[in-house]
Ligand binder design. Structure first.
Ligand SMILES: Cc1cc2nc3c(=O)[nH]c(=O)nc-3n(C[C@H](O)[C@H](O)[C@H](O)COP(=O)(O)O)c2cc1C
Length: 371
C-alpha cells in the first residue's frame, strides 16, 4: 500500500532523511539516479538564516528530485513559518521540522531535540507552520531527551493532533547521540498510537535491516541515513528487497569508484574547487571503505587538493583491484562523466566559490521565487 503524506502519494517506502553536510543537491542527484522514487530531503536549514539569506542555495531543488522535502530548524514559530513559506516557494513537496537534532550547538537554544522537552512550544510551531503553508508538514524526532523521559509516543500524538502529516522517529534518545542500538520496538509503540504514516529510523545498513525494522516496528516506511554514505545503491536494494524479496548484489568495485569520482566532480562543479574538494575527501573515503587493498589509497584520498589527484588515485586503485581491464573500465566510465559534467575539472576556470557549474543542469533547477 502506498504511503500518503497529506496530499503527497509516495511510490516508495524508503526515505533518505536529512543529513547536514551530506544531503546536498549533488548527493541527492546521485541517489535519484539510482533510485527514481525514494523520498528525499535537503540538509537541515536554519529558519533564521533562511530569512537572513533567502538566496542561499541550501534550499535549491532540481526539477528531477521530487518527491523531496526541505527540513527547517528553529524554535520561533513566526520565523519558522516564514522559512516554511520560502521552502514552499522553492518547490518543496513537504516541510520537515527538525525536533531531533542532538548537537549541543543546536539544542542549547530551544532547537532540534530540545523541543522534545517543550511539547507545547513544539505544538505551537507545528500549528503555525500548518496554517502558513499548503504543502504537508512533517516532524522528525527521537525517542526522547534521555532514558528517564522517553516521551516519543505522547510527542508523536501531539504532532498528529497539531496537524503533522507524517513523522520520522530515530530510535535513540538525545542523550544516546549515536551510542547503543536504535530501539525499533519503541518506534513500534509510536506507530501503534498514530494514524498518520511513521518512518522508522536508525541502524539500517543492509536491506535485511530495513525488512527487520519494518517487521519489528510495523512502520509504514524506513528512513536510511548513514547507510547511504558512499553507498547510494543501498536505497534501490532495500526497495527491491522489501517490495519483491529479491536481494540484489551491491555494485562492483569499479562502479563504486566511477560514482565516487562523479560525486567529487559534482561537488567541485557545484560548490567550487575549495569547498568541493574539502567535502569530497570524506565522501571518497566512504565510497572506498571495505574495498580490498584500499587503506593506503584511502589515506591519500583524505589529503587531495584537487579533483585530478582524486582521479589518479582512483585510477591506481582500480588497477590494483582488477588489473588493466578494470583500469580501462574506470577510465571509460569517467570519460562518460566528463561528457555529463561538461568540463574536465582540470579545465575549471571558475574564480568564485559561489559559482555554479555543471553537473547541475541549471535549466532543470526549479525557479527560485523571490520572497
Ligand atoms: C552526518 C549526519 C548529519 C545529519 N544531519 C541531520 C539533519 O540535518 N537533520 C536531521 O533531522 N537529522 C540529521 N541526522 C540524523 C539522521 O537523519 C538519522 O536520523 C540518524 O543518522 C539515524 O539514522 P541512521 O542510523 O540511518 O544513520 C544526521 C546524521 C548524520 C550522520
Amino acid at each position: 500500500m502506498s504511503i500518503k503524506i497529506g496530499t503527497l502519494i509516495l511510490k516508495s517506502r524508503v526515505y533518505v532523511p536529512p543529513m547536514a553536510g551530506v544531503t546536498d543537491l549533488v548527493f541527492r542527484r546521485i541517489v535519484r539516479q539510482v533510485d527514481p522514487h525514494c523520498l528525499l530531503s535537503t540538509e537541515m536549514v536554519s529558519s533564521r538564516s533562511a530569512m537572513a539569506r533567502p538566496q542561499a542555495r541550501i534550499m535549491d531543488l532540481a526539477a528531477d528530485e521530487h518527491p523531496i522535502g526541505i527540513q527547517i530548524f528553529g524554535h520561533e514559530p513566526d520565523i519558522m513559518a516564514e522559512a516554511a513559506l520560502l521552502a514552499e516557494k522553492k518547490g518543496a513537496d513537504f516541510i520537515d521540522i527538525n525536533m531531533g537534532c542532538p548537537v549541543p550547538k543546536i539544542t542549547k537554544g530551544k532547537d532540534g531535540c530540545a523541543l522534545m522537552k517543550e511539547p507545547e512550544l513544539a505544538r505551537e510551531i507545528i500549528t503555525t507552520l500548518k496554517s502558513a503553508v499548503f504543502i504537508p508538514v512533517t516532524v522528525k524526532f527521537r525517542l526522547g531527551w534521555d532514558d528517564d523521559s522517553r516521551n516519543a509516543v505522547e510527542f508523536a500524538q501531539m504532532a498528529e493532533e497539531a496537524g503533522a502529516s507524517a513523522v520520522t522517529v530515530h530510535g535513540r534518545t538525545r542523550q544516546q547521540l549515536y551510542s547503543g542500538k536504535a530501539d525499533w520496538s519503541f518506534i513500534g509503540l509510536v506507530k501503534k498510537s498514530l494514524s498518520i504514516p511513521v518512518f522508522g529510523n536508525g541502524d539500517v545498513f543492509e536491506p535485511q535491516d530495513a525488512e527487520r525494522l519494518l517487521g519489528v516496528s510495523g512502520c509504514d516506511g524506513v528512513a536510511v541515513a548513514r547507510g547511504t554514505l558512499g553507498n547510494p545503491w543501498l536505497i534501490p536494494r532495500i526497495t527491491r528487497y522489501v517490495e519483491e524479496g529479491v536481494l540484489d548484489d551491491p555494485p562492483d568495485d569499479i562502479e563504486r569508484l566511477i560514482v565516487a569520482y562523479r560525486h567529487c566532480l559534482g561537488l567541485v562543479a557545484y560548490k567550487g574547487p575549495r569547498v568541493g574538494i574539502n567535502e569530497s575527501r570524506r565522501h571518497l573515503t566512504h565510497y572506498t571503505k571495505g574495498l580490498r587493498h584500499s587503506a593506503p589509497f584511502r589515506s591519500r584520498l583524505t589529503q587531495i587538493k584537487e579533483a585530478d589527484e582524486a582521479l589518479s588515485i582512483l585510477v591506481e586503485l582500480s588497477e590494483r583491484l582488477g588489473g588493466k581491464d578494470a583500469r580501462q573500465r574506470f577510465l571509460v566510465g569517467v570519460q562518460n562523466d566528463y561528457l555529463e559534467y561538461g568540463k574536465h575539472p582540470g579545465e575549471w576556470h571558475g574564480n568564485s566559490e559561489g559559482c555554479v557549474q555543471p553537473p547541475v543542469d541549471l535549466d532543470s533547477i526549479a525557479p527560485v521565487a523571490e520572497p
